[in-house]
Design a protein around this ligand. Structure first.
Ligand code: GCB
Length: 573
């Protein structure tokens, strides 16, 4: 899906700001800022603990110039949205982290205003990605249960726009551009007609919906070097351009050779983090300044990459990574497909993961939608080098194969140009996992020295080495990325004895893990869990959230941040 754009033929207007807000759709007695998570804003718990639907309302002025196709475009609404204009439903969307658009052309009159209501439902059930379950408490109120380890923030999380585009318009473009300087493109337009395409910086043009343009001696997009080009697409009618769209792309190749992950033919070693969109008060809402701060800290610490754990991040993140040469493992919101995992890897099996009352064919259908939509959104981004189709699903159950095989195939069909993977959980080791052979890269989350062998780093190292050997022996010479390893750490807590939860232990833990990575040629990347402390659902295993950050939630460095900076800024890639 293309992002809205302001240009010669298109207009847009952000609808950020204060909306009227209601819990019952009748009494609008509060206001709520957009974009924002609703949960940490109000001083009382009524909104925070509300399980169900809530309502945003405002009048939106449609400018006189909006005479084309007028739509409302949402970056993300978590988790379900029903959109109404002047009382008529114009669209609904399931899934909290991907964009959608509602056409409102026939319901609005340019030069007048209309009433927009967005009904947001924060409930997760087993057909959702991520899945969850609503239960009724003894006092009759509802509780949301879920199996992932981050707080269920909800709301209109990203900027929404009022958009005007020409009736004949560019619907989509797919660009594949490698080191050879050839930009293959395929444009989809709303109705047939003449198409002109130009690589602006390369000064080469062509015509037709599909073709290839060659740029002489292209400046490659590479890690740390976000060289971007612009493909200008013009829909032509006689002498006039009826629509145009500019899509940025980069010339680069990604491939796997043995255990190497090659970017532009050179082995790449991933340093960085699994992250979260998570901040005090903002919750999961996108904010440019907060994001920029995170990116600056990534640069300071020597991270060359990140994983969008555990859902697609705002498009602003992806733009930034494209521009700055930050390598991205792009993940769907499929987290928590595992009944034995409740709150990180703690917890015990309550029921079988795959089955009619649990993760089922409806979950799989929606999971497929998220794969399609994620790839549709990010397919032209040079920063994205690998699709992660799930985090820590249960893959010990033989039924996991029937669930994942079609999804892996779908991801490959949607994008034959990038490798695919899924992130493996510690409770599904090499001898129990039923799906790893379906993927190109082994991504594993391991907590030796924390969830197992806690406090005993010599034993942790032995166990970790044994497990890595096991993966290589069973699945052959494939790349392994350690997508999570970490230890909860209270900033400011110290000990001479490497006691758990201290900054000293976190550093010792990282040292021990790093030693194991450095001995194993197949390990081609390390993403520490997590970049920063983040909010989780309440539970005895979490003291005001997950504390595995290299930075605190307000982005102050722990000792671990300096350790990683030293390690990562001194390594050659
Ligand atoms: C994991 C999960 C992550 C948790 C982490 C933890 O394996 O992927 O979402 O936050 O463990 O800290 O327990």
């Amino acid at each position: 899906m293309l992002r809205p754009q302001l240009n010669e033929t298109r207009e847009l207007q952000p609808l950020d700001g204060f909306w009227q807000f209601s819990l019952d759709g009748e009494t609008y007695d509060r206001e709520m800022a957009v974009p924002g998570s609703v949960n940490d804003v109000f001083a009382d718990c009524e909104v925070r603990d509300h399980v169900g639907v809530y309502y945003y309302k405002r009048d939106v002025f449609v400018p006189q110039s909006y005479t084309g196709l007028v739509s409302l475009r949402f970056g993300s609404v978590t988790h379900h949205a029903v959109v109404k204009v002047n009382g008529t439903e114009v669209g609904r969307h399931k899934g909290g982290y991907l964009p959608f658009e509602c056409d409102i052309t026939d319901l609005v009159t340019p030069g007048t205003s209309c009433e927009v209501i967005v009904e947001v439902d924060n409930r997760l059930d087993m057909t959702c990605i991520p899945p969850g379950k609503v239960v009724t408490a003894p006092d009759g109120t509802l509780r949301q249960e879920y199996m992932h380890d981050f707080y269920n923030y909800s709301g209109i999380h990203r900027t929404m726009y009022l958009v005007n585009k020409p009736r004949r318009h560019v619907c989509d473009v797919r660009i594949v551009a490698g080191m050879d300087g050839v930009c293959h493109y395929e444009v989809r337009q709303s109705e047939p007609g003449e198409v002109r395409v130009t690589v602006v910086e390369g000064e080469v043009s062509g015509t037709g919906e599909k073709g290839a343009l060659s740029v002489d001696k292209p400046r490659l997009w590479a890690p740390g070097d976000g060289n971007l080009y612009t493909l200008l697409i013009e829909l032509v009618d006689g002498d006039s351009v009826v629509d145009c769209y500019r899509e940025q792309f980069g010339f680069r190749t990604v491939e796997i050779s043995g255990h190497h992950f090659l970017i532009n033919g050179k082995p790449f070693y991933f340093t960085g983090f699994g992250m979260h969109e998570d901040h005090e008060t903002l919750g999961k809402a996108h904010n440019d300044v907060s994001m920029q701060r995170d990116m600056e800290l990534l640069d300071w610490i020597g991270a060359n990459s990140l994983r969008t754990s555990h859902y697609p991040y705002a498009e602003e993140w992806m733009d930034y990574c494209d521009r700055h040469g930050i390598v991205v493992i792009d993940e769907t919101p499929a987290v928590g497909l595992n009944t034995s995992v409740a709150g990180g890897i703690l917890g015990s099996a309550v029921q079988k993961t795959y089955g009619p009352d649990s993760v089922n064919e409806h979950t799989q259908t929606h999971h497929a939608d998220t794969i399609r939509d994620l790839i549709a959104r990010d397919k032209n981004r040079p920063s994205v080098v690998l699709w992660s189709i799930a985090n820590e699903p249960d893959t010990t159950d033989p039924d996991s194969r029937a669930y994942f095989e079609p999804l892996a195939k779908l991801a490959r069909d949607c994008d034959p140009t990038r490798p695919i993977g899924y992130v493996n959980v510690m409770t599904s080791p090499y001898d129990k996992c039923h799906i790893t052979d379906l993927f190109d890269v082994m991504m594993i989350n391991r907590y030796y020295g924390w969830y197992v062998d806690a406090g005993d780093l010599p034993t942790a190292k032995i166990h970790f080495r044994e497990e890595l050997d096991g993966w290589i022996n069973r699945f052959g010479d494939k790349p392994i990325i350690i997508t999570e390893y970490g230890a909860d750490t209270v900033a400011g807590l110290h000990s001479l004895y490497n006691s758990l939860f201290t900054e000293d232990y976190q550093v010792a833990y990282l040292e021990a893990n790093s030693e194991v990575f450095d001995e194993c040629d197949n390990v081609i990347g390390e993403h520490m869990w997590n970049f920063a402390d983040f909010q989780t659902k309440p539970g005895f295993a979490r003291v005001d959230g997950n504390k595995k950050g290299a930075f605190t939630r307000d982005r102050r460095p722990k000792a671990a941040a300096r350790y990683l900076r030293d390690r990562w800024t001194h390594r050659e890639n």
